[in-house]
Design a protein. Structure first.
Length: 504
């Protein structure tokens, strides 16, 4: 655990680095953007120069994770610094977020900050702690999206959602009180399902033949929870809704496409209709069709990410042009990871690495050394205390995260040895609720409700998590030790739900 005295020393250093000027804060949160789809994380096909720029000018987090891999709950954790069972928003299907509880924006306001949230929040449309907000209702739309402002009125804006969100953030930055430090959260819809790119990005990756993940045809042997899921590209990905082959949709219509204006629709048809014609002429079946769907999915997903990255660059350019770069912290992260064909899947939810792990990069000129790599465990739970640490504000006692500022400023600071996860939703995609622990080498997971049982993975010998060794003879002592560590975290975070299930 990061020691409070170290955090205090680092906070003092940051506060005095700019002649007692509190840093501005820009947090950019994407949706379902996989770390393995970003150049800075090693993807040689990804065109993400602006996310890569933040990493190059700051720090790349190699072990950034979430506490609950699903959209609304992840944002609730980011906003409050508390696990889902403490902030009350456990899933997207049954939970209602209590905006009356404390959050980082309220604390920043109390410490002289002007605050704003623009774009997707997925926690309702009546935020507290923000001087300004303009939000996408629910998931929002890619084209000509609706926004709900502080007056509760819904307004439709023409254009592509990533561009509009960036424009709205700039408008607020132009009008803000320039005598105060600011914190703005820019919540992008991209790259959420159904991966609809900006018209300027149609076809960006059509010449790329993405390699099929080695475990694309996973048979889920000895993994009962994986066997019953409904999130494979082969069986669950929809030709119309997901892949824009509209003749497969009811009446040849999809709401996301129908809301396009005439010019947008013309470009859409000019790109997708020839692809659909070719598909029908080829009459693919079996593995050939599954692999066609994979390529189509990847091309749309990566093209959607291009528009996201371009708008991140626009935000960075705004800071440069307004002489804000030197005293502004920029943090980019996704609300969780995502599957790009690993295990044959799309979506998220699981404690397996591709879903559990999120990309995160951070820049703070003069404080965070350019080109840094952070290999300690950090969580989205840590965003709130880190922001308060940056602002020189007191971190409330009920915040469960830890500031990661000491880790990236003082390399001798000791980070976590274990991290805890709990996923609750028992609905869409048929993913069984589960909780568990990850150490440097091992991952222990307890599934319940839909599927009952334990799984254990040796991440050193099995990084793709294909071999559940929970019942392998000789692992009894290892399992006992991991369960002991898991129980310590359950008690530490006061997860009474997990405590009741733990020994069943």
């Amino acid at each position: 655990m990061i020691k409070k005295i170290t955090s205090f020393i680092i906070s003092f250093y940051v506060a005095t680095s700019f002649a007692q000027t509190k840093p501005n804060i820009v947090i950019i949160i994407s949706d379902d953007h996989a770390y393995q789809a970003i150049g800075a994380y090693g993807n040689k096909w990804a065109h993400t120069p602006n996310i890569d720029r933040i990493a190059k000018e700051g720090v790349l987090f190699k072990k950034s994770y979430v506490t609950n891999s699903i959209c609304g709950p992840s944002r609730a954790v980011i906003l409050t610094g508390k696990y889902s069972h403490k902030n009350g928003f456990k899933d997207n299907e049954t939970s209602q977020f209590n905006h009356g509880q404390d959050n980082f924006a309220k604390q920043l306001q109390a410490n002289g900050y002007q605050t704003a949230w623009v774009g997707k929040v997925h926690l309702g449309e009546k935020l507290q702690g923000f001087d300004y907000y303009n939000l996408l209702p629910d998931q929002g739309s890619y084209y000509n999206p609706d926004f709900i402002g502080m007056d509760g009125k819904e307004t439709r804006k023409d254009g592509y959602v990533a561009n509009i969100i960036t424009e709205e953030a700039e408008k607020w930055l132009d009008k803000r009180d320039k005598t105060k430090p600011f914190c703005v959260v820019i919540g992008h819809k991209s790259t959420h399902r159904a991966w609809l790119p900006d018209t300027t990005d149609f076809g960006k990756y059509d010449k790329v033949n993405f390699p099929l993940p080695q475990n694309f045809y996973d048979n889920y042997d000895n993994r009962p929870a994986s066997k019953v899921q409904e999130m494979t590209i082969e069986k669950s990905m929809q030709m119309g809704y997901d892949l824009k082959m509209l003749s497969y949709s009811k009446d040849g219509k999809e709401p996301a496409v129908d809301r396009m204006n005439a010019a947008q629709r013309a470009k859409f048809d000019a790109y997708y209709k020839p692809i659909e014609t070719d598909l029908k002429e080829r009459n693919l079946t079996g593995k050939a069709l599954s692999e066609w769907k994979y390529q189509r999915y990847m091309r749309d997903y990566m093209s959607t990410a291009d528009g996201l990255d371009r708008n991140i660059g626009r935000t960075l350019d705004y800071l440069d042009q307004h002489d804000l770069t030197k005293n502004t912290v920029v943090i980019y992260l996704s609300d969780q990871g995502f599957y790009l064909g690993e295990h044959g899947w799309f979506d998220k939810r699981w404690m397996y690495e591709e879903s559990f792990r999120t990309p995160m990069v951070m820049r703070y000129p003069g404080v965070v050394k350019s080109g840094s790599i952070e290999n300690n465990f950090v969580l989205n739970l840590d965003i709130t205390p880190t922001l308060l640490d940056l602002a020189g504000a007191k971190i409330p006692a009920d915040v469960q995260g830890e500031s990661f500022l000491p880790l990236i400023v003082n390399k001798n600071t000791q980070g976590r040895e274990t991290i805890y996860y709990h996923y609750y939703e028992n609905g869409e995609h048929a993913v069984s609720p589960h909780f568990g622990i990850r150490t440097e080498r091992y991952k222990l997971i307890r599934f319940y409700k839909r599927v009952e049982g334990w799984e254990l993975y040796d991440l050193k010998t099995d990084p793709s998590e294909m071999k559940n060794i929970y019942k392998t003879k000789g692992n009894e002592k290892l399992i006992a030790g991991l369960k002991k560590k898991l129980k310590i975290l359950i008690d530490q975070y006061q997860d009474t739900d997990a405590c009741k299930i733990f020994d069943q």
